[in-house]
Ligand binder design. Structure first.
Ligand code: GRF
Length: 215
């Protein structure tokens, strides 16, 4: 049985998708804790309602990034996780923290990396006029939003799209690819090998919507 700790900062809809998939698909894994850097993260209520331990490690209580990351690491490691899942965790993490979880920390980013790292990805996509946009699951490395790619899903950018409409279209795909990638990891099919992703017998899926899930 693998142990997972999920970090959130807000709504937690990706966390919710992972918790639901783990139960529905009977993963060989347990979500031990959901930890937030914000006490007002609405996703905490969902986790509590599902019997998952929740904790808040508030970044504003720490004088420096190093101190916050050290405290966060201590709380995470109390659960001895095999995998740390960043699910809308809105913090830039220090290199020692990221290195500590090398090969066992995943993130989802709402763009087709390496395009549009950072914030406001949907606005950036609309501003540039790309025709395809999407989401990426990747292993976390110290280089923000640049880790080895595990899975991507893309959606069309429609004429007259708004940032909100595009974000919702992408989010729907996030909820498909992130649980899938986490499942691969807990099934022992996904690993980081040096700077590359090793994936055994991945299920590549072309959905019936105009989006494509690819590895
Ligand atoms: C998602 O779009 C995720 O890709 C990004 O932040 C958003 C978090 O949404 N990193 P949620 O908290 O999972 O609902």
């Amino acid at each position: 049985m693998r142990s997972i700790v999920i970090l959130i900062s807000g709504r937690g809809s990706n966390m919710e998708a992972i918790v639901r998939a783990a139960a529905a698909e009977q993963w060989p894994a347990r979500i031990c804790a959901v930890i937030s850097n914000r006490a007002d993260a609405s996703g905490l209520a969902f986790a509590q309602a599902h019997g998952i331990a929740t904790e808040v490690v508030a970044n504003r209580d720490y004088a420096s990034r190093d101190q916050f990351d050290a405290a966060l690491r201590e709380r995470i490691d109390a659960y001895r996780p095999d995998l740390v899942v960043l699910a809308g965790f809105m913090r830039i993490l220090t290199t020692p923290f990221v290195d500590h979880y090398r090969g066992r920390m995943l993130n989802i980013h709402p763009s087709l990396l390496p395009s549009f790292p950072g914030m406001a990805t949907h606005r950036q996509a609309l501003a540039v006029g790309v025709k395809l946009h999407g989401a990426t699951v990747h292993f976390v490395t110290p280089d923000l939003d640049h880790g080895p790619i595990v899975a991507q899903a893309c959606v069309p950018v429609l004429e007259d799209d708004s940032e909100e409409a595009l974000a919702a279209r992408v989010l729907e795909q996030e909820h498909l690819i992130y649980p899938r990638a986490v499942r691969w990891f807990v099934q022992g099919r996904l690993a980081l090998q040096g700077a590359s992703v090793r994936l055994a017998a991945a299920d590549t899926v072309v959905t019936d919507t105009p989006s494509v899930i690819a590895i």
